[in-house]
Design a protein around this ligand. Structure first.
Ligand SMILES: [Ca+2]
Ligand SMILES: [Ca+2]
Length: 449
């Protein structure tokens, strides 16, 4: 039995953990058709049973919500004789589970196992396009645009009405298409009791579609339902309208992704992070965004940081103490490296770098214990080229975070601390005058003492 919650669920208490099941853990070799682990474009054999066996380890890390990339029946043969649909984004069928993932019983066991541990599950959904060979494309030609592929990515009309890299583009303005998506994706909620959706390629379908689709999905779930969208703009002013009008609870924070890579991995001025925080006023509530260091479409943060563990730790500290609902990619907690797609989709290296995993777990523990990190408002206290300090504060909970991206030790006076402090990571104690010394690439997370 689940405990009765004493407070209403708040999405800001969540930490998302992105898993591509094919690349996580293989729990059933009987479904390993077309598996070739030496080929980054082929299936690697991971499945729902394997993921279920890892639930204790995922819970132990301290994340709270598992985002799985799509598990629908996908295109059966390889594209151009080479590229397989291991990632799940080439829908053959919008309701059926893919045979590589396991059985419906396996999906129930995964979701129920997550729920039994207090973990939530959000499924990646695709509404913009079908797989290259999906039967629906021939059955309902009038449900698709036939405009060819997007050429000009700055043309909003093309982005919504042309094909994404040749994938058949649904005529999302057609009400029969809306009904088809509501039926197909809604069945995943009613069959499995999912807690939310991660919504793919949001900027490629019209706002009105999203508004109606998400209203229906929220109404379909019998429990609080969370929608987070891939609105892949790097300008907050272009993301904010989707948070207001598309029925999204959250959107991935692509602008912050870019900035975190620039300042924490590449050593660019920390004033860029302060400037990014200053743009939060573009949003109704920036705490509802989902910042991230990397994902399955981007170069791994550890690679951008050239494997320097000090920079990886700096990035993790920033991500897990700033405003928002952070999203971690499988393996980021153990320093998994990889370049552009598909090199960013390596198999989960269980057991790699336990010290970095322990550091990630420590930060996630602080987040769980202190409401300031989850729900607090945020204000920048200090910023220069190497150092930024920001405050997080919620009722009864207060923290100051200081980050140094210099390759040398620095000392800074941080104004307005308002308390006496202790660094929760290494125990260093401070009085009311906050003169902070940081080692190269060090993060300090200060709590009142
Ligand atoms: Ca398998
Ligand atoms: Ca479209």
């Amino acid at each position: 039995m689940l405990a009765t919650p004493t407070i209403p669920p708040d999405p800001r208490d969540q930490v998302i953990y992105l898993v591509m099941p094919d690349r996580y853990a293989d729990g059933d070799p009987t479904n390993n058709a077309h598996v070739n682990r030496q080929d980054p474009h082929a299936y690697h054999g991971g499945d729902l049973r394997g993921l279920t066996k890892q639930l204790d380890q995922i819970k132990d890390l301290g994340v709270t919500t598992i985002w799985i990339t799509p598990v629908n029946d996908n295109q059966n043969g390889p594209l151009a004789g080479k590229y397989w649909g291991y990632h799940g984004y080439w829908m053959q069928d919008f309701e059926k589970l893919d045979e590589h993932m396991g059985s419906e019983a396996d999906m129930h066991a995964f979701v129920d196992g997550a729920h039994a541990r207090g973990l939530k599950v959000i499924l990646d959904v695709v509404v913009n396009h079908a797989g290259y060979d999906a039967p629906i494309v021939k059955q309902k030609p009038e449900w698709f645009h036939h405009n060819g592929s997007i050429v000009d990515w700055n043309d909003a009309y093309q982005c919504e009405n042309f094909d994404l890299v040749g994938l058949p583009d649904f005529a999302s303005e057609n009400k029969d298409v809306l009904a088809f998506m509501i039926k197909g994706w809604g069945s995943w909620i009613t069959r499995f009791g999912l807690d939310g959706f991660r919504e793919d390629t949001v900027r490629h379908a019209p706002m009105a579609f999203w508004h109606d689709f998400n209203a229906k999905m929220h109404a379909t779930s019998r429990t609080p339902f969370f929608t987070v969208g891939e609105v892949s703009y790097h300008d907050p002013r272009k993301i904010a309208p989707y948070l207001r009008d598309a029925g999204l609870d959250s959107a991935f924070d692509f602008p912050m992704f870019e900035t975190l890579n620039r300042v924490c991995a590449k050593g660019e001025s920390m004033t860029k992070l302060a400037a990014r925080f200053a743009e939060d006023k573009a949003y109704t509530d920036a705490r509802m965004l989902s910042p991230f260091l990397d994902n399955h479409d981007e170069v791994r943060f550890a690679t951008t940081a050239k494997g320097d563990e000090r920079k990886i730790r700096l990035g993790l500290a920033a991500l897990l103490t700033m405003r928002g609902i952070p999203s971690l990619t499988w393996g980021t907690e153990v320093g998994l490296q990889g370049g552009a797609d598909p090199e960013n989709r390596h198999d989960m290296p269980f057991g790699q770098n336990p010290a970095l995993r322990a550091y990630t777990k420590q930060l996630l523990g602080l987040r769980r214990e202190h409401a300031a990190f989850r729900r607090g408002w945020q204000a920048t206290l200090y910023a220069d080229d190497q150092v930024i300090a920001y405050r997080r504060q919620a009722p009864g909970s207060h923290a100051v975070v200081v980050l140094n991206n210099a390759d040398h030790a620095v000392t800074r006076h941080i104004p307005n601390p308002g308390a006496r402090w202790v660094d929760a990571l290494d125990g260093t104690r401070y009085g009311r005058s906050l003169d902070v010394t940081l080692a190269p690439y060090q993060a300090r997370v200060l709590l009142p003492r």
